[in-house]
Design a protein around this ligand. Structure first.
Ligand SMILES: Nc1nc2c(ncn2[C@@H]2O[C@H](COP(=O)(O)OP(=O)(O)O)[C@@H](O)[C@H]2O)c(=O)[nH]1
Ligand SMILES: [Mg+2]
Length: 298
């Protein structure tokens, strides 16, 4: 619901303006291309979308329909991702136990998202535990502990420099012994070589598997929506080193553009599961593609 009206300088206003000012189709498409690229969509994606709109417009000749055709193209992207990933918010909530690992670059919003997700699940009546495996920075683990105190949600942490694997191990021990429903693990976002990052993430997921061999854990990539086209490179990098189950799109309250996430969806077919819409604990919403497209185009 809160996604509605989010992108204030919405595309539709600009698209409607060119509807009115440009008469011929070529000019119209040229301007549309520019508008879409300015909204942070990659040129690959824009070409793909425009090709789609063009094909669809051969069936429907009404110029006013272009916006509708573009909407259909965007809906197709989301539909494709949903089919490939099988992501369904409702299903995931019925799992007995949920283990969620948050990864992403520094500053993307992992720690805040961990706290928000914890609050989100707690509101659903779940017993939640947080694991603060960002032991790399001095403030890494304590930042989440502060959130835990504020929200009254327990946090298992470690000292700076401690092995993140041991924090995950301790978190899982507590999770199992005290019969929690949801474990959310925050990790460090330091930039490191691909091999190191891969090894570290592999190690963490191996520990989870040791505790819960049958349990599918989720690895969610936290992506800062304000970073524009950079987000695609980040997603590519993390996809190479881990089995991503989905994306948390943070800080969408801080951007008037929403196009960058479409690049990731279109290329990687990873679902966006949640969106961060502010800095407070309840500033998180389940991602809705319909609302996203509407707020982008209406
Ligand atoms: N406006 C806004 N700020 C956010 C959001 N999520 C995180 N932040 C801010 O982004 C900054 C970095 O967040 P943090 O969780 O520490 O990132 P981390 O380094 O990935 O753990 C902090 O100042 C957060 O308050 C969001 O959805 N909206
Ligand atoms: Mg952090």
């Amino acid at each position: 619901m809160k996604l509605n009206g989010l992108f204030k300088s919405s595309l539709s206003k600009k698209i409607k303006t060119i509807f009115n000012s440009k008469q011929n189709k070529e000019d119209f498409f040229e301007e549309l291309e520019e508008i879409l690229i300015l909204s942070d969509m990659s040129s690959d994606l824009v070409s793909k979308l425009l090709r789609g709109v063009e094909l669809r417009s051969r069936i429907s000749h009404d110029k006013e329909d272009y916006l509708k055709l573009l909407k259909e193209e965007l809906e197709d992207i989301f539909r494709g991702v949903a089919e490939v990933s099988g992501w369904d918010n409702k299903n995931s909530k019925n799992l007995d136990k949920e283990i969620i690992l948050l990864i992403g670059i520094n500053g993307s919003g992992k720690t805040t998202s961990a706290a928000k997700l914890a609050e989100y699940y707690r509101k659903k009546g779940k017993k939640v535990l947080l694991g603060a495996a960002d032991t790399f920075r001095a403030a890494g683990s304590s930042q989440l502990s502060l959130w835990g105190e504020r929200l009254n949600i327990p946090v298992i942490g470690g000292d700076q420099g401690a092995d993140p694997g041991s924090v995950v191990y301790n978190s899982l021990t507590s999770f199992q012994n005290k019969d929690y429903d949801v474990l959310i693990i925050d990790t460090a976002g330091r930039v490191q070589t691909k091999e190191n990052l891969m090894r570290e993430l592999e190690k963490l997921t191996k520990i989870i598997k040791k505790f819960y061999p049958e349990q599918p854990s989720q690895t969610l990539l936290v992506v800062d929506a304000t970073m524009g086209q950079n987000t695609l490179d980040q997603a590519r990098k993390f996809k190479e080193v881990s089995q991503l189950s989905g994306i948390i799109l943070s800080k969408i309250d801080g951007t008037a553009k929403g196009g960058s996430i479409l690049n990731i969806l279109s290329e990687m077919r990873i679902p966006v599961c949640y969106a961060g819409i502010g800095e407070k604990a309840d500033d998180i919403v389940e991602f809705s593609s319909t609302e996203f497209i509407n707020s982008l185009l209406e």
